[in-house]
Design a binder for this molecule. Structure first.
Ligand SMILES: Nc1ncnc2c1ncn2[C@@H]1O[C@H](COP(=O)(O)OP(=O)(O)OP(=O)(O)O)[C@@H](O)[C@H]1O
Ligand SMILES: [Mg+2]
Length: 344
């Protein structure tokens, strides 16, 4: 890939991952409105961090996000990416260096999938060969076979496939920053879950700095390094790791967002291999067994479904590491306690 793609943000040239994003007292008041859509929003996002914005419809998530790439101009405040004041950059230039997946996908209907993905590289003046190679690589990355999908039009793809093409397009010029506005919003639960795991795998490889908007708190818990729970005017009610928010919601508002089953959601964040096991190692008891990479939620599920008193924890080499009982699982949860221990 041509290296001029990231020239705008110097440290992205030396470290392939993301760059920091800082918003400082950012306010947006739309023309003719008495109340601000976003009021005094401040946040620092670390390089390579995936931050989830969760909040009700109309609370200002999209507005906040669109100010980062200046599709919407802030009324006041400052925004820095990689330490640079973005308000001092050309908005067109800026947008070529920030991947953006808009709410409702927004593929160009009269362009093929390949042409859609090539949009930004073309604007950046890459050669034909460079663009073709990149398009092929990206379609493979998001698991859309180029031979099958490159020359189709968006309407010839399913909703989930269009979402993936949208993600590929946003990644095209390898931007250090990605803004994703409910990118999986329009998909059924099964496709959504699939897209989420593909996305986690992808982010583990590319380590971009990402702001990701969602309505779905469970999606935020699954994907986010940190979650910002927002209320009206984009007020930050809590900004912390999923484990910490689940263990200790800052207020009633945040608690209502978590909904029921906070303990179960916390268990889903705790790998079996990170907690204290009971029982002896070595001998196999003929009980149901589970892999150390599974979560405590999986272990509990297995206990409930099989009616067993304990499940054996067996590593991939067949070595029995110990067992987990209901009491062990409760103890692990209590021990993680209010510290929220970010087991991710
Ligand atoms: N162009 C505009 N002019 C006036 N008000 C607007 C404009 N765009 C958005 N708003 C208002 O600003 C507020 C925040 O809108 P925004 O689109 O940021 O919400 P959101 O959190 O993304 O909502 P959703 O979850 O429904 O996408 C809303 O009250 C909305 O009506
Ligand atoms: Mg929105």
């Amino acid at each position: 890939m041509p290296d001029h793609s990231n020239a705008l943000f110097p440290s992205s040239a030396t470290s392939p991952g993301g760059v920091s994003i800082e918003l400082d007292s950012v306010t947006k008041t739309y023309p003719g409105q008495k109340v601000s859509a976003v009021e005094e929003f401040s946040m620092r996002i670390e390089p390579g961090e995936l931050v989830m914005f969760v909040g009700p419809s109309g609370c200002g998530k999209t507005t906040t996000m669109k100010m980062v790439n200046r599709i919407i101009e802030p009324t006041s405040g400052s925004i820095r990416i990689d330490g640079q004041d973005v308000l001092g950059l050309s908005p067109h230039e800026l947008r070529r260096h920030i991947g953006y997946v808009i709410q409702q996908i927004g593929l160009f209907p009269h362009m093929t999938i390949a042409e859609n993905v090539a949009t930004v590289p073309r604007l950046l003046g890459w050669s034909k060969q460079q663009i073709a190679a990149r398009v092929e690589e990206l379609l493979e990355t998001v698991q859309l076979d180029p031979a099958e999908f490159a020359n189709r039009y968006p309407r010839q793809l399913s909703g989930g496939q269009q979402q993936r093409a949208g993600v590929a397009r946003a990644l095209a010029a390898d931007p250090p920053v990605m803004l994703m506005d409910e990118p999986f919003g329009a998909t059924d639960p099964i496709t959504r879950e699939k897209l989420q795991s593909e996305f986690l795998r992808l982010q583990a490889e590319i380590g971009k700095t990402i702001i990701f908007v969602t309505h779905d708190f469970d999606e935020a818990v699954r994907l986010g390094d940190r979650i910002a729970v927002l209320s009206e005017r984009s007020q930050v009610e809590q900004f912390d790791t999923p484990a910490a928010i689940l263990a200790a919601p800052a207020n009633e508002y945040v608690a209502s967002f978590i909904g029921s089953g906070a303990a179960l959601k916390r268990l889903a964040l705790m790998p079996v291999g990170t907690v204290r096991l009971s029982g002896a190692t070595g001998d196999l008891g003929g009980r149901p067994s589970i892999d150390p990479a599974s979560t405590l939620r999986d272990a509990l599920n297995l206990l409930v479904v099989t009616g067993a008193e304990a499940v054996d924890v067996i590593d991939p080499t067949g070595n029995r590491l110990g067992q987990l009982t209901h009491a062990d699982i409760s103890a692990a949860l209590t021990q993680a306690g209010l510290s929220g221990s970010a087991v991710r």
